[in-house]
Design a protein around this ligand. Structure first.
Ligand SMILES: [Zn+2]
Length: 211
């Protein structure tokens, strides 16, 4: 991607941005996409957060985003079972992110997305592609399948686009072997819901059935 001097003048608002474009425009490098996917309780958020804390330790600027549970844009915290936490923003529409944050490499090194299975597929793909093209790295985590064994579209598309991906396994609650599936303990509602503790369990292929 080659950017002309006129483009730089148009895009850059500050002296730092102009300098950044001047340096980067000659050999713009695309950002990389890394995806963690797997069943519930596999530690996807923990893994994501470990990356976040490592990048933070290296003084890289990071934006952590998760889908909002209550259809409102707000500031939040991402927390794992082992008490790791980091500030994040939650949203219902990607336009809210674009309106509030200028996601460019001079502002952010990496954007981290959690619970991508709940994000709109088309909007997620178009935003992620734009960030990558602009040179921002993206790390995404989400459920790969629902309890019926049907792949979540957004996670699947991101896995397809990923430069690096990892299928994370959980531990089967029945036998303790590797669990790649999410089992629905109680049948109620549609697909997988947020905060549904006790409703789902990770299971191996032997102890899982779609429902
Ligand atoms: Zn099992």
């Amino acid at each position: 991607m080659v950017i002309s001097k006129d483009d730089i003048e148009g895009l850059a608002e500050t002296k730092e941005q102009k300098e950044w474009w001047g340096v980067k425009s000659a050999n713009m490098t695309r950002g990389s996409l890394e995806v963690f996917a797997g069943p519930m309780y596999a530690g996807k958020t923990t893994l994501l957060l470990q990356r976040v804390l490592w990048l933070d330790h290296q003084q890289k600027k990071i934006l952590v985003i998760k889908p909002s549970k209550d259809n409102r844009y707000n500031e939040d915290t991402i927390v794992t079972h082992n008490q790791l936490s980091y500030p994040c923003i939650s949203f219902s529409e990607f336009s809210e992110i674009e309106d509030n944050y200028n996601i460019m490499p001079y502002n952010y090194n990496t954007v981290c997305l959690d619970e991508v299975q709940f994000m709109d597929c088309k909007d997620t793909l178009s935003s992620v592609e734009m960030w990558l093209r602009n040179g921002v790295n993206v790390i995404a985590a989400g459920l790969d399948q629902d309890s019926r064994g049907i792949p979540f579209e957004t996670t699947s598309q991101l896995l397809g686009l990923a430069d690096k991906s990892e299928k994370i396994k959980a531990i089967c609650t029945v036998c303790g072997k590797e669990a790649t599936k999410t089992y629905r303990v109680k049948a109620s509602g549609d697909r997988i819901q947020v905060g549904s503790m006790g409703m789902y369990e990770p299971r191996c292929l032997e102890h899982w059935e779609p429902k």
